[in-house]
Design a protein around this ligand. Structure first.
Ligand code: UDP
Length: 280
């Protein structure tokens, strides 16, 4: 069981002035930092901090899909594995997949399948790994947002990035981006993911209850926040490719290697050698 003894029984998640326990207003995101290209061995990668969430994403592919019976002759598979590290939560999480991580991996795979140009890479697989190093609610949104940057870093052709965010209801108020206490003690949490360029929703889940009007309000908050998060994703990629371009420039400007002096050739041997004395 998670240690929740420190939380008073009658927890007021949002006060009369509309301020939440962590000092945010209802429509405020937690601080987000994204860095692309953090792992050398993966084709693409990203590290993301979102409030107290810390997430690493790595991408490989498109590469030959294994086992081979999974190969699709018409398109690539997008296979995501979401994993929470044993040390990511207060109580050690049992290592390995569980029902929740299998579900999250599936919905994230489906979200990316909607944007990757899968028809261009038949029989292959694009493998997306999300490792949650520290969890504080909203990890599927954080993981998806990081993995999207990692896919772009790997140069996987996509229609657009995917951006994810959740909204929910706490103390009767619709609020953006719930943290762990709000997720545990609030009334509802509704994660979504959007293709910002087209407005297409590629992931939508709900835990708890919202009225239709509250749902609309929650979606409006998430869509507004997704615009800010999209800019942070693009900014991480711009920084990444600026540093790649700088490294290429430095390489090009490096002094060319010194030319070696031409080697002296041995004198040509006459074709018909006179017989050696010993041969006679
Ligand atoms: N959590 C946990 N142990 C678990 C699963 C989840 O402590 O085995 C915590 C973790 O902080 C997670 C939060 O519960 O971020 C909310 O989990 P949820 O299933 O709602 O997914 P998330 O909001 O992280 O996408």
């Amino acid at each position: 069981m998670e240690d929740i003894e420190h939380i008073p029984k009658e927890l007021k998640l949002i006060d009369a002035k509309g301020i939440r326990l962590d000092g945010r207003r209802a429509d405020e995101l937690r601080p987000i930092k994204i860095e692309a290209g953090v792992l050398k061995k993966a084709d693409g990668s990203a590290y993301l901090e979102w409030g107290n969430n810390k997430v690493l994403a790595a991408v490989y592919g498109p590469r030959e899909a294994h086992p081979r019976h999974l190969q699709d002759p018409a398109k690539a598979l997008v296979q995501c594995r979401y994993n929470m590290a044993p040390f990511s939560v207060t109580d050690r999480k049992r290592p390995g997949p569980d029902r929740r991580s299998v579900e999250i991996s599936k919905v994230i795979s489906e979200a990316f399948s909607a944007v990757v140009f899968v028809e261009q890479f038949p029989r292959t697989s694009v493998d997306v790994y999300i490792e949650v190093l520290q969890a504080d609610a909203g990890t599927r949104c954080a993981g998806l947002t990081a993995a999207s940057v990692a896919l772009a870093d790997a140069g996987i052709p996509m229609r657009d990035l995917v951006t994810s965010c959740a909204s929910g209801k706490i103390g009767g108020v619709v609020a953006l981006d719930l943290n762990k206490d709000e997720d545990n003690f609030g009334e509802a949490d509704c994660p979504m993911a959007i293709v910002p360029r087209t407005g297409e929703i590629v992931l939508l889940q709900m835990d708890g209850h919202l009225t239709a009007a509250e749902f609309d309000e929650a979606m409006e908050l998430s869509i507004g926040a997704a615009k800010q998060i999209y800019e942070l994703q693009r900014d991480a990629l711009r920084r990444r490719f600026a540093s790649v371009a700088e490294a290429a420039q430095r390489e090009a400007e490096r002094e060319p290697p010194r030319e070696e002096p031409p080697r002296e050739m041995p004198p040509e041997m006459p074709e018909d050698l006179p017989p050696e004395v010993d041969d006679l």
